[in-house]
Design a protein around this ligand. Structure first.
Ligand code: NAD
Length: 536
């Protein structure tokens, strides 16, 4: 229930700029040069556990550079984490919203100030993000998630039914009965913060399994939460083996929800795992998953070629195409293609790929050797395929890190797998359509991929735009008009998609928070009847 202070609507955290010669640039450079190897423990009930099962974290763009060592928990320790969250659950649920929100606000302040350079540097080194990609993620979006979730929880709690002269009604916004299993991906440090704290602000306890590939930055955030006063056990930090941790979590009768972001295949396996034993849980688990995408950019003949080309460069190659929202298939009208192609080639010839510690780099390395091998195979096959023309790029190299050149491929078959599958790398596939085939192209886009996450339409003809929005109504959960399909801001473009892209619960909004509450309705009647006959 709401008692105490009311928190105002937050503003989005402004970005710090790291221009040459600024004090921000020199502070960040210092953090990037730090060579200590961090030992990342499992944290259960506030206690740190170090084990013999260690996984090394290395910089993807410089795999000789060891950054951290993750100490994986044993099966017994994962069970202990579940027990520890159960022990604190009632006290945590009974705190006021203001107390819980204060912890999130304080953590946001820590990240915004003292820990900002450290978490940005960890995201840059551990996940190979440039500063232009790290600052909006590990600082701004992470801070926004904390502040907006605290604010949106207050909106949820304020929602109450009507009362009448004869009775008072209320909703108790209870947390779920049990713990929430939060499983986060590597590609945004902010997502780990949201998956763990969104259920917690609603009074739930959480078993958080971060991706090993982002564990360093996630652990720095977890330390900020501890410093902000998060009570031990409310969120346990469990960087365990994915399959083992999941098996243990799904074996517990107290599993009340899964808060997942990652690939569609893994989310579907989690869903099946829960479904196969649904009668073993105390309460039917809530399943929230934001998953993969094959996000489109559609240009109409009325669009500006230069704006289309720039949106493709930024949308497809920012963070090496490793955003769920990355533009990975494009549809360009024949009349525009010559100009778009020229601009793409000109820009890509200048675009720098390399060490992210150099602030003029546009793209770092892809996240892992496995991803590098997969993308190399896709590009080798494309080069041999007569249905594909390499417009630009296509090279890969693996020293000193896992690099893939930004690549544009033109396909002659719009249903080619290059237009349907998510590769999660810097590969943009495109199809050039006849200008008079606008309506057919809309149908094609809608039917080509199983995903429906983001999409963008470049068009200045209002009638054509209106037709496209209607035809593509289910093709994207986040639709952009005359803009690239990436870069959603908390509070401005609530994020999530449908079809194979997930449950579309809109991360960072009150809609997501509703999934972590189990409302109890209470009616109290002032004058209970004393006669059993109606009308007496
Ligand atoms: P992933 O599915 O490989 O991993 C995500 C998480 O699941 C990690 O913590 C991982 O350890 C865990 N995991 C892996 N195998 C598992 C298993 N068998 N059982 C249980 N957990 C398992 O995804 P990723 O490579 O970290 O991230 C990339 C994917 O995430 C892409 O498909 C991308 O589109 C998607 N993504 C979606 C959104 C969104 O909001 N829709 C946002 C970011 C990323």
């Amino acid at each position: 229930m709401i008692s105490g202070p009311q928190f105002p609507l937050p503003a989005n955290e402004p970005e710090v700029h790291f221009g040459r010669g600024t004090s921000a640039a020199s502070e960040l450079t210092k953090a990037l040069e730090q060579r200590d190897v961090v030992e990342i423990p499992t944290v259960i009930g506030g206690k740190r556990y170090f084990s013999n099962e260690v996984v090394e974290v290395r910089a993807p763009h410089d795999h000789q550079r060891l950054l951290a060592r993750i100490h994986r928990p044993s099966e017994a320790q994962i069970n202990e984490a579940i027990a520890s969250s159960k022990a604190v659950a009632r006290d945590w649920a009974n705190l006021t919203h203001a107390s819980r929100a204060t912890i999130l606000h304080r953590a946001a302040e820590i990240v915004a100030t003292r820990s900002r350079m450290k978490i940005n540097a960890a995201t840059m080194l551990g996940q190979s993000k440039t500063v232009e990609e790290a600052e909006p993620d590990s600082a701004c979006e992470l801070i926004d998630f904390l502040r907006f979730n605290a604010y949106n929880a207050q909106r949820v709690y304020a929602e109450q039914p009507i009362s009448v002269a004869s009775a008072v009604n209320r909703i108790d916004w209870r947390p779920l009965e049990g713990f929430v299993y939060a499983v986060s991906p590597f590609n945004f440090t902010a997502i780990g913060a949201n998956l763990s704290t969104a259920p917690a602000i609603m009074g739930n306890t959480v078993l958080w399994k971060p991706s090993e590939k982002s564990a360093l930055a996630n652990y720095i955030f977890f330390e900020a939460l501890e410093e902000a006063g998060l009570p031990p056990g409310v969120i346990n930090f469990v960087p365990g083996d994915a399959e083992l941790t999941t098996r243990v979590a799904l074996s517990s009768r107290d599993l009340a929800g899964i808060h997942f972001t990652g690939s569609s295949a893994v989310f579907q396996s989690l869903w099946k795992g829960v479904a196969s034993k649904v009668d073993s849980f105390r309460t039917i688990p809530r399943l929230v998953g934001e998953t993969g995408g094959k996000d489109f950019v559609l240009a109409h003949a009325s669009a500006n070629a230069s704006e289309v080309a720039i949106a493709l460069i930024r949308g497809a190659f920012g963070y090496q195409g490793q955003k769920c929202s990355a533009a990975s298939r494009a549809y360009i009208p024949k009349s525009l293609w010559g100009a778009v192609e020229q601009e793409l080639r000109d820009c890509l010839a200048q675009l720098k790929v390399g060490d992210v510690a150099d602030f003029s780099t546009f793209m770092g390395a892809v996240i892992s050797e496995a991803s590098h091998q997969k993308l190399s195979r896709v590009l080798s096959a494309a080069k041999e395929d007569p249905a594909v023309k390499v417009v630009s790029g296509g090279k890969t190299w693996s020293e000193p890190g896992y690099f893939v050149e930004p690549t544009v491929l033109q396909v002659s078959d719009p249903k080619h797998t290059l237009m349907t599958e998510e590769f999660f790398g810097p590969i943009l596939s495109l199809f050039v359509y006849e200008d008079n085939a606008w309506s057919e192209t809309l149908e094609l886009i809608d039917a080509t991929s199983p995903y429906a996450l983001t999409g963008s339409i470049f068009c200045t003809d209002r009638f054509a735009l209106h037709q496209a929005e209607a035809a593509l109504v289910n093709a994207a959960g986040n639709l952009y008009l005359n803009d690239k399909p990436t870069g959603a801001m908390i509070g401005q473009q609530p994020f999530g998609g449908g079809r194979a892209s997930g449950t579309n619960d809109k991360a960072g909004s009150y809609l997501n928070l509703l999934r972590w509450a189990s409302p109890r309705t209470v009616k109290e009647t002032y004058m209970p009847p004393r006669e059993w006959q109606f009308g007496a």
